[in-house]
Design a protein around this ligand. Structure first.
Ligand code: ATP
Ligand code: MG
Length: 216
């Protein structure tokens, strides 16, 4: 939960850097966590806020675990990291969540002086670049795109060429050591009765078994 409005850093400088990571998080896994931690370090972020999506506009809602389960797992996963927070912003909304609205909400929340970094995988960035009015997004935030299998950085550069000229300045690439893990992979393993130990945190692993997620 975000409990206070902060727009200056402890060292007195006014650049407050906030990382936002949106996702289905069904379940959250080490790919998300390692990416967020790496982004925190490389981009000198003050905090990273994980935002589980409520009604993802680009995904079928059917087959996605209940928002409260996804929220709880994300909370459990970040509990021992004081720089990581989880927001209920999207899951408490009753209307579909569009990334641009969410980013604008946090931009307003933290004030004009704050720098907003949107952390995604390269797959998600490629998708974002096909959205209508994606230039608006680039005006309000900088992207940190973590490498994911099958989505090469070259492909990203090729796609970006010819779009809005400043696009590449607003997209920073991040090498991610846990790149091949995905929620899909974890769900499949649970369904096949295979171990998921170390692919996510221990608490999330227990939560999945306790609530019998992904079995059917
Ligand atoms: P699914 O397999 O259900 O699509 P996912 O593993 O892709 O799940 P999401 O919740 O869809 O997870 O992803 C949230 C964000 O995290 C997206 O921007 C996605 O690109 C990014 N992401 C997911 N897994 C990784 C990973 N291993 N490395 C870097 N980024 C990742
Ligand atoms: Mg995905």
């Amino acid at each position: 939960m975000i409990t206070e409005k902060q727009s200056t850093r402890k060292d007195g400088s006014s650049n407050f850097n906030v990382g936002l990571m949106g996702g289905t998080f069904d379940p959250v896994h080490i790919g998300h966590l390692v990416t967020a931690e790496e982004a925190w370090q490389q981009f000198n972020l003050d905090k990273v806020i994980f935002i589980p999506v409520g009604l993802p506009p680009h995904k079928k809602v059917e087959g996605i675990s209940d928002a409260e389960h996804r929220y709880m797992m994300t909370l459990l996963a970040v509990i021992n990291n004081s720089r990581f927070e989880v927001s209920r912003y999207e899951i408490d909304k009753t209307t579909p969540s569009y990334t641009i609205d969410t980013i604008k909400y946090f931009k307003d929340f933290f004030g004009k002086e704050a720098n907003i970094f949107f952390i995604t995988g390269t797959d998600a960035v490629l998708e974002i670049l096909t959205w209508k009015n994606y230039e608006d997004l680039l005006d309000v935030c900088t992207f940190i795109a973590a490498s994911r299998p099958g989505y090469s950085l070259e492909k990203l550069h090729q796609r970006v060429e010819g779009y809005y000229p400043q696009t590449m300045n607003k997209i920073h690439l991040l090498e991610n050591p846990a790149m091949s893990v995905s929620s899909t992979f974890i769900r499949e393993r649970v369904r096949e009765n295979k171990t998921i130990k170390y692919l996510t945190t221990e608490a999330v692993e227990h939560y999945i078994y306790k609530y019998e997620l992904y079995i059917h």
